[in-house]
Design a protein around this ligand. Structure first.
Ligand code: 0O2
Length: 214
């Protein structure tokens, strides 16, 4: 391959990733606006923290190989929907669903897919609400629709997932059965903590305005 051809490939790859960076910036702004406005209007912040990233080339190549996807950009674009990803860690489960609704109801957002691993956790215990949205990005060449995966979860779910992720990679995706059992057990404990904290929160907050308690 000539060096000119290599440079052209690099440029094409950088342009490919750039669109995802822009899409991420758009959704990041939407989440930041909801967070600030919520604080202002309701004197309540439903978001604990937000993190976002564009998949690293290494991780992208790894996933393309693992899923056996054709290596042209159109196939990758169609098959991998979490190249741009935002994780919104909320205080409570209710907040995760509420924020997801507030984002997906915006009229420039198209919902491409929803995977509700909170309602239906994965077999290993993983919980999160994954929403794949498409957001318009305006380039000099015109408008493109960019997919962004938004993961909504609670602090307890996030704690579990980040540890599980480390273990998964430490064992190169072949976690010993005994550890898997312990992780599933820990996921149940995390879920129980969420339920208890939610109950406590409701007790402190008292009945919602307009709701008559009996
Ligand atoms: P990484 O290393 O975090 O980037 P599918 O083909 O639909 O089954 P897909 O396309 O990977 O799977 O979608 P899914 O299920 O929505 O998962 C996307 C991302 O969610 C993953 O990215 C993880 O970040 C997270 N995730 C999903 N399942 C788990 C899990 O069991 N444990 C943890 N810790 N995170 C999970 P990647 O690219 O797979 O991995």
């Amino acid at each position: 391959v000539s060096s000119a051809a290599l440079r052209a490939m690099r440029d094409e790859f950088q342009r490919f990733l750039m669109e995802y960076r822009f899409g991420l910036a758009e959704v990041d702004t939407k989440i930041a606006i909801l967070r600030e406005e919520f604080q202002e209007m309701h004197d309540y912040n439903p978001i604990e923290h937000v993190s976002s990233r564009v998949k690293t080339p290494d991780s992208l190549v790894d996933k393309v190989r693992r899923k056996g996807i054709d290596t042209d950009f159109d196939s990758i674009r169609a098959a991998i929907t979490d190249i741009a990803g935002i994780r919104v860690t909320c205080s409570f489960i209710d907040d995760a669903y509420r924020l997801s609704d507030l984002l997906t109801q915006q009229d420039d957002i198209t919902v491409r897919d929803v995977k509700d691993y909170i309602a239906r956790p994965k077999a290993n215990g993983y919980k999160s609400l994954h929403v794949i949205v498409e957001v318009p990005v305006f380039l000099s060449t015109g408008r493109v629709q960019v997919p962004v995966e938004v993961q909504f979860r609670t602090i307890a779910m996030d704690f579990w997932a980040s540890l599980e992720h480390k273990i998964y990679y430490k064992y190169d995706r072949l976690v010993p059965a005994d550890l898997l059992d312990q992780l599933k057990d820990a996921a149940d404990t995390a879920a129980e903590l969420d339920t208890r904290m939610e109950r406590l929160h409701r007790e402190i907050r008292g009945p919602r305005p307009g709701v008559v308690s009996i």
